[in-house]
Design a protein around this ligand. Structure first.
Ligand code: G3H
Ligand code: 13P
Ligand code: ZN
Length: 317
């Protein structure tokens, strides 16, 4: 059943975080539903502009609708990840999505408010919830490169004003994470001090953590042992940090890169070990199983595993 992110956050706040996973193809979609059903977790399907371009808007919708029929017990939101204004309007008018993220974080404060406010009006009129972003993550955000040095954290006072003036339902905050496989160097990590300051000013308001892949060293090593060339300095968020972020208001945790690493490792190892093979369904089957197990593992760390019944009960589904 498709629900809004706002509905999920009402149940999740202070208790667990909902995993938000990007999809681009059939194998990810099937593995995603299987993993969430296996771990009895609510979840958020994220669709980026890149995914819409790669798989096609209609194909993505068709895959999700088919998965919904195959996994009738699934409870999830369908969400635009890092949308611009045009993509958000398209999603709002499609009648399929239950939630959008408008990412105008690269704009000056007033312009970010103005754009976000317009999306909120259109989305709320049609029953969708809206995630917005304030502050800037380091690394690469869609096609906008943000210099690591100029990446700036969300200002807690600005966050209060932003939420009040836009009416958004949740806020993506910049707390030291970044997209991709190279988030931290040395002792760097999630800025819990800043997260706590933001939550103190916005108690009860759902916060979103982007760039939350953990980039396991073992996964990078296996990829490289099978012919990959990922810089071994790749480093992500400690999975045990999710449990620390939940009491500080984080209700949505975005994970994409780690899933790509699973795909890359499975396919590299498969073709290394079976160089005579050319039937892509064979590694595809392995990937779907591994991806489902990966999702179930993440849900355990997020605390969303086993929460499906609670969500159904509290939302009256
Ligand atoms: O934040 C970005 C997500 O990982 C989606 O990545 O734009 O390459 O699909 P993408
Ligand atoms: P990762 O690159 O850490 O998986 O972050 C994904 C993300 O934030 C999608 O919006
Ligand atoms: Zn993101």
């Amino acid at each position: 059943m498709i629900v809004t992110t706002a509905q999920l956050f009402k149940v999740a706040y202070g208790r667990f975080a909902v995993g938000a996973y990007n999809i681009n193809n059939l194998e990810q979609t099937r593995g995603l539903f299987q993993g969430n059903i296996d771990s009895k977790a609510p979840f958020i399907i994220q669709i980026s502009k890149g995914a819409r371009k790669y798989a096609g808007v209609k194909m993505l919708e068709g895959m999700i609708r088919a998965a919904q029929e195959e996994f009738p017990a699934a409870v999830f939101a369908v969400h635009i990840d890092h949308g611009d204004e045009a993509t958000c309007y398209d999603a709002i008018d499609s009648g399929f999505y239950s939630s959008v993220m408008i990412d105008a974080s690269h704009e000056p404060f007033e312009k970010n408010i103005e754009i976000t406010r317009r999306i909120v009006e259109r989305a709320h009129a049609k029953g969708l919830s809206v995630e917005a972003e304030l502050g800037m993550l380091g690394g690469v955000e869609e096609d906008i490169a943000v210099d690591e040095g100029s990446a700036f954290l969300t200002d807690p006072d600005q966050a209060v004003e932003f939420v009040e003036r836009t009416g958004c339902d949740s806020l993506a905050v910049a707390i030291g994470t970044s997209h991709g496989a190279y988030k931290f160097k040395g002792a760097q990590g999630v800025r819990f001090d800043r997260l706590a300051q933001i939550q103190a000013k916005l108690p009860g308001f759902p916060l979103v953590m982007h760039g939350s892949s953990s980039v396991p060293a073992e996964e990078v090593a296996r990829i490289n042992a099978a012919g990959g060339k990922i810089d071994p300095s790749a480093k992500g968020v400690n999975e045990d940090d999710f449990a620390k972020a939940v009491p500080l208001g984080v209700t949505k945790v975005n994970i994409d890169t780690d899933g790509r690493l699973v795909w890359t490792r499975v396919h590299r190892e498969y073709f290394r070990d079976h160089p005579e093979q050319f039937d892509f369904r064979k590694p595809g089957e392995v990937f779907m199983k591994e991806y489902a197990a990966f999702i179930a593992h993440k849900n355990e760390k997020l605390g969303s595993a086993g929460k499906l019944d609670l969500v159904m009960k509290e939302l009256g589904l």
